[in-house]
Write a protein that binds this ligand. Sequence first.
Ligand SMILES: *Cc1c(COP(=O)(O)O)cnc(C)c1O
Length: 353
Amino acid sequence: MSKYWSPAISQLTPYVPGEQPKVDNLIKLNTNENPYPPSPKVAEAINHYPKERLRLYCDPDATALKQSLATHFELPYNNIFVGNGSDEVLALAFMAFFRQDKPLLLPETTYSFYDVYCHLYDIDYRQIPLSDDFKIDLSLYDQPNGGIIFANPNAPTGRLTPLAAIEALLQKNTESLVIIDEAYIDFGGESAVELSRRYDNVLIIQTFSKSRSLAGLRIGFALGHEDLIAGLERVKNSFNSYPLDSIAITGAVAALEDVEYFNETTQKIIDCREWTSEALTQLGFDVIPSKTNFVFTRHASLSGADLMQYLRSNNLLVRHFSKPGIENYLRITIGTQQEMTTLIDTLKQHPSL
Ligand SMILES: *Cc1c(COP(=O)(O)O)cnc(C)c1O
């Protein structure tokens, strides 16, 4: 606290990212990073980048990356926006679209950055409860609003909302924008990109951090109607003209082009998720059906906080949220098969399991 902080800053409760431990011997299953390295083509492209060019500013429009994304998604170039991680794209989108007279609607349990942005921008918001089995019931969003946002699949629950329900929402909710955060869509979900071709009230946000193993390079993007993209560009160019550096642009293009590697690594994670879910179920855990690279799970008789501590003392790091209603759940990232075998073996050695 400092007397020099503005009143608004003094009131903020910032987002707390999962721990990035400084020691190497931990199995890190707490921030949904991909256990596999990025495509070897990424390293190759970055190594070949002419370093003397770092003297120059990078391309403020990240043209090469937007063109690659346009080709990949078969969308026009001006339906694409890129930013420094999807967190930045989300931050710009909240600023561009959600500062309205009516409240933003979002699930009660979802990515905890959303309400942080609401406080930062002074956006009024209303949290809509999930169903008992953690489903998002989009019929509850049929009420006056200044915008709607949810993650699909949702975080930290891992549950997928079907496209038909999303389309029904877009048909009803014509006076405000719906943003769908598809950070985990590549692990078995069906993207709403198709809907963005037919509806101008939906914006899709995705990231290279999870399915493309590039959390450290910071690349996120949005797909939607050109007028929505133009709104994002207005905010971006009022804030930071160069959010993606030259190395990031180069690496991202290489990652996107290596479709084979992408398919192979995402499939390995999907298969290992199914194996892990089954093994946890056999140990007496409730596992919410996941279409992501993590599982959200609780044990009927053990507290989430105690389990997290037990795993931590065995060098396994998982994420626990002390929020009421989900305080007994753990969010466990899917690592390699070997890492998940270690997790299950460690749980089997728990005195009460
Ligand atoms: C990981 C995550 C993000 C942020 O991804 P970055 O692109 O690394 O900023 C956004 N939304 C959800 C739901 C996430 O889980």
